[in-house]
Design a protein around this ligand. Structure first.
Ligand SMILES: *[C@@H]1O[C@H](CO)[C@@H](O)[C@H](O)[C@H]1NC(C)=O
Ligand SMILES: *[C@@H]1O[C@H](CO)[C@@H](O)[C@H](O)[C@H]1NC(C)=O
Ligand SMILES: *[C@@H]1O[C@H](CO)[C@@H](O)[C@H](O)[C@H]1NC(C)=O
Ligand SMILES: *[C@@H]1O[C@H](CO)[C@@H](O)[C@H](O)[C@H]1NC(C)=O
Ligand SMILES: *[C@@H]1O[C@H](CO)[C@@H](O)[C@H](O)[C@H]1NC(C)=O
Length: 642
């Protein structure tokens, strides 16, 4: 039996669908062994990634913090080896079809991690940077933490007390990186100094207020707790002592970075300048892409895509009798005031209108069993990326949120809004994560840990190539449906796409072909509409996270490729709605498994009986899966554009 939520005309119907739900009975010992193993594995991951567990709403480890030591890295490898041995002793052939996928994903997670061990002495021992670390955002430290009881405060105090130890551990790892010659280029840590100074300014020693992220929970929140004033006073004074030592440790960190680390940063820009740097880069690419592609292949795909997309753009420019370059064409568009909304409110309404009237009416042409979970548009409170997405709850009581940057309406042209809305909302992140919320998968898949990217490739995967590839593919569905209504909107769509194609060229350029920052800037500014300053920070991100920027376009290309295969093999039998829905129902997977799942689906279509169009296929969906992960994944990276 399974429940299905259907959103119709704005009303939520709960339909109990009894027929058509095909639960495969568990297949004896193999199935229960796998389930036991995956539960233990999940528990292990939660226990060693306590901050990440808190984000998932898993509160068992709220009193500890992750440790950052060489010995810890070694122990994790041993643990992963043990799990891997247990997994591979389970006879996969005896598993049900859905368990086979669970098996394969667990195998992929463990193998990815074990393969990464070889590279543990690279970025992995440079454990904070302009995008990651406790200095980035103290609010991340507290915002998912429950503060309802004195026990919660005791847990939080334990964490705060542990934080200086963790910062010392990070410093020790940095010293190893200096010793081994695997430090970052200085662009990865320049901003860290500013970030630490911001934290220090917000937290003047011993006189803390709600402005100080680490101290904030001890302000009004504590007054709501049912206890005596004496206890509250005691907790507050312990809070001041704990935050004092955190602040002192931040000062140590700042001095360390300024005086020891900065002078030792690598002079070369890309990782190609490290010992065995090209191999390291290849391993990073493999981690992000979940595919075996060489840097040469990725670079070549990027050049081909840039050529193809800029060809489409030039056709439009020729049609409009424009002789100049792509960036000149965009400069011309940007000179026209009618291309912009003149207030933030109007821009927000513009997004709402795009989602509700332009896109959503067409979704049923492309998908079956639309989850219908609500999506709302809200303004981002601080400047940064053009948009972000955060997931809602599976009962719809908390909507998915498309956080739109409407701070500078005069700089963000209307023609860029539709592709962004399709990326973040429907049929992009919101739709994909809505299916995910409603799909029954084991905790180790539905509550996947958020990756700390400095660790890559010695890290457990989070299948970014699938998630971001899907969102970029979603932008292309707008073109297929004819939703981009004029030349300008099509130019907006192509500019969004070519930006991701440029990333393939530039990321491989920097890390494999030893491009300088100027080479990278020159290339990216030729094809995009972005400012020099914005692209400079963008490229610092590529330098810090080798390979990450390639996941979007490669994921999209893979989805397009498997679709073409399916269309070709199924001919008249190809049903686009069934195709998309089958991808959605399997959730986030590595791209090689995506390919295999689609091939299995093709075989099913070739052999199955003709079905009534539109009859509900009932994938097992339960009410327990929660996807904190993905919302963190998509929202935690403040300065970046998705
Ligand atoms: C980790 O394991 C490696 C390889 O076995 C070994 O060389 C190294 O000494 C270990 N480090 C620690 C801190 O245990
Ligand atoms: C506790 O403190 C609050 C505010 O500081 C005060 O209003 C209240 O009277 C105090 N309660 C007792 C029992 O002292
Ligand atoms: C970063 O390193 C480059 C040389 O690699 C140097 O020119 C620049 O001044 C350094 N920046 C800082 C802030 O130290
Ligand atoms: C990368 O280029 C720089 C000059 O820009 C050069 O000094 C360095 O040796 C090159 N690195 C490699 C690995 O070729
Ligand atoms: C805002 O733009 C609309 C058209 O998009 C225009 O009609 C209106 O006059 C503008 N308002 C202001 C205050 O410029």
């Amino acid at each position: 039996m399974c429940y299905k939520f259907i959103m119709e005309g704005g009303k939520l119907f709960l339909t109990l669908v009894v027929l058509g739900c095909n639960f495969t009975p568990s297949h004896g010992d193999a199935g229960s062994d796998l389930s036991k193993l995956s539960t233990e594995y999940f528990e292990w991951r939660m226990s060693v990634r306590p901050e990440s567990s808190t984000y998932r709403g898993y509160h068992k480890y709220n009193d500890i913090l992750e440790s950052f030591t060489m010995a810890g890295y070694n122990q994790s490898k041993i643990k992963a080896d043990e799990y891997f041995a247990r997994l591979t002793s389970i006879p996969r052939d005896d598993l049900s079809r859905s368990d086979k996928l669970n098996y394969d994903i667990l195998e992929n997670m463990l193998s990815t991690y074990r393969n990464g061990y070889e590279w543990r002495l690279y970025n992995n021992i440079n454990p904070l940077n302009l995008m990651e670390g406790p200095q980035r955002s103290p609010s991340i430290f507290t915002s998912f933490f429950p503060f309802y009881t004195i026990g919660d405060y005791e847990n939080y105090l334990a964490r705060l007390t542990r934080l200086p130890v963790q910062i010392d551990e990070r410093i020790s790892l940095f010293r190893e990186a200096i010793r081994l010659g695997t430090a970052y280029n200085n662009v990865s840590v320049n901003l860290v100094i500013d970030q630490i100074e911001k934290v220090q300014n917000d937290c003047p020693l011993s006189s803390y207020s709600a402005n100080c992220g680490f101290y904030k929970p001890f302000t009004q929140g504590l007054d709501q707790i049912h206890t005596s004033n004496a206890t509250r006073d005691m907790i507050r004074s312990r809070g001041v002592i704990a935050v004092n030592s955190v602040m002192q440790k931040f000062q140590d960190l700042k001095v360390f970075i300024q005086t020891e680390y900065m002078p030792a940063t690598r002079k070369g820009y890309g990782v190609v300048n490290l010992h065995k740097g090209r191999e390291f880069y290849q391993a990073c690419l493999k981690w992000y892409l979940s595919l075996d592609l060489t840097p040469e292949e990725v670079h070549r795909k990027g050049l081909d895509e840039v050529k193809r997309i800029s060809g489409e753009m030039k056709k439009i420019m020729v049609k409009n009798n424009f002789q100049g370059s792509i960036s000149e064409y965009f400069a011309m568009l940007k000179n026209d005031p009618s291309m912009f909304y003149n207030s933030s409110e109007a821009m927000l309404d513009g997004y709402r209108d795009l989602i509700n009237t332009r896109v959503d009416p067409y979704l049923a042409k492309l998908f079956n069993n639309l989850p219908g979970l609500p999506i709302v548009v809200k303004p981002l409170s601080s400047d940064g990326p053009a948009g972000r997405y955060s997931t809602g709850s599976k009962d719809g009581s908390i909507p998915g949120i498309f956080w739109a940057n409407v701070i500078r309406p005069a700089e963000f042209p209307k023609y860029s809004m539709l592709p962004l809305a399709m990326h973040e909302a429907n049929p992009g992140h919101h739709l994909q994560l809505s299916y995910n919320l409603l799909t029954e998968t084991p905790d180790f898949r539905s509550k996947m840990e958020s990756s700390t990217k400095f660790r890559v490739p010695y890290a457990f995967p989070s299948y970014t190539a699938f998630i971001e590839g899907w969102a970029l593919y979603a932008e292309s569905l707008g073109e297929e449906l004819g939703l981009y209504k004029d030349d300008n909107e099509l130019m907006g769509r192509y500019s969004s796409e070519i930006f991701r194609a440029c990333r393939l060229v530039v990321d491989t350029g920097i890390h494999y072909y030893n491009w300088t920052k100027d080479d990278a800037l020159d290339y990216i500014l030729t094809y995009t509409t972005e400012s020099h300053d914005a692209m400079s920070v963008e490229i610092d991100r590529y330098v810090t996270w080798p390979g990450q920027a390639c996941s979007y376009k490669i994921g999209e290309l893979k989805i397009k490729e498997v679709r073409q295969v399916a269309e070709k093999r199924l001919g008249d039998k190809f049903d686009i709605r069934a195709f998309h829905t089958s991808i959605m129902d399997n959730g986030a997977v590595p791209l090689d498994l995506l390919e295999r799942n689609v091939n299995d689906w093709i075989e099913d279509q070739l052999t199955k009986q003709p079905q009534e169009p539109g009859s509900p296929t009932c994938s097992a969906r339960n009410q327990f899966a929660q996807i904190w992960l993905l919302s963190i994944l998509l929202t935690s990276v403040g300065i970046l554009r998705h």
